[in-house]
Design a protein around this ligand. Sequence first.
Ligand code: KG4
Ligand code: ZN
Length: 338
Amino acid sequence: TAHTYILAIESSCDDTSAAVLYNGKVLSNVVANQKIHEAYGGVVPELASRAHQQNIVPVVHQALAKANIDKKQLSAIAFTRGPGLMGSLLVGTSFAKSLAYGLEIPLIDVNHMQAHILAHFIDEEGFDKPDFPFLALTISGGHTQIVKVNSYFDMEVIGETIDDAVGEAYDKSAKILGMPYPGGPLVDKLAQEGNPKAFPFTKPRVDGLNFSFSGLKTAIMYFVQNNVKEDPDFVEKHLADICASIQYTIINIIMDKLKKAVKQTGIKQIAIGGGVSANSGIRSTLKDAERRYGWKTFVPKFEYTTDNAAMIGIVGYLKYLEGDFADENVAAKARYHL
Ligand code: KG4
Ligand code: ZN
């Protein structure tokens, strides 16, 4: 039997991550988060790039040490080519290229969005893998997409956001309510204690399977301004109800589009990924949809939903099996479509 060890590197946004996979099984998955951005209320590209430069060597060393292997055992190196922040991508790309060159092993370029989807194929006890074809909903701070997945390497984006991503909608709403960045998890937590129908926010009208979330942020901003004029303590008094209403609106927007996508494609398997798939409301609504509409839904292990190198590694492994390698001139790509 073949012994395939893949070292994977992810540096597309603000997390530096390295993972080692053995025949598609994760031996290690190390993630260094960048706390620095909290103070700025969002990711600062220049600071992200510099933090990647500091983190990449120790993170790769840790990943190899945790996997208990020497770099000479590696079969190939996979890295995130894009999409993402150019300065961040360059750090991972240059590192992966030089290490693969030095070790004289193949280099494998990976699309970050494809990796979020194929994270479902990491061997993990207690987690089922979807069958082809399925619909993938990727929801994070940077992305919102519905993808029709026909096979590992045949994917078709059938809907995406025309402005803000779902995570951005959460974070910007949270900011208006005076919460620290990233506010998504906090809004989710408070929402669970509030009345989702307390304050109705209108849903945007967007054609087809595309999403729009920037209108919601504006609606919340005016809603808060108007009410604070009458009562300066309005937000404080009604925080749980406001969060529950925001969450209810966002989930409604997502569910409307998913139902439409199921109707359009006839596919009832839904696999979610990205940081926002941690959301309690989205998880329970999807579970509910299994009973109500006969869907089958898939949520990966939490550490494979947020940005991580293990998901890059599984794509790397699948491409390795196909002999699909990058050449030495491969360059990072900030905009990189599926
Ligand atoms: O995938 P991720 O870790 O990073 C990227 O954006 O690539 O996603 C982070 C996003 C942030 O916007 C954060 O607020 C949101 O996911 N998020 C949540 C929850 N947990 C994380 N949003 C809503 N509810 C949550 N429980
Ligand atoms: Zn991501």
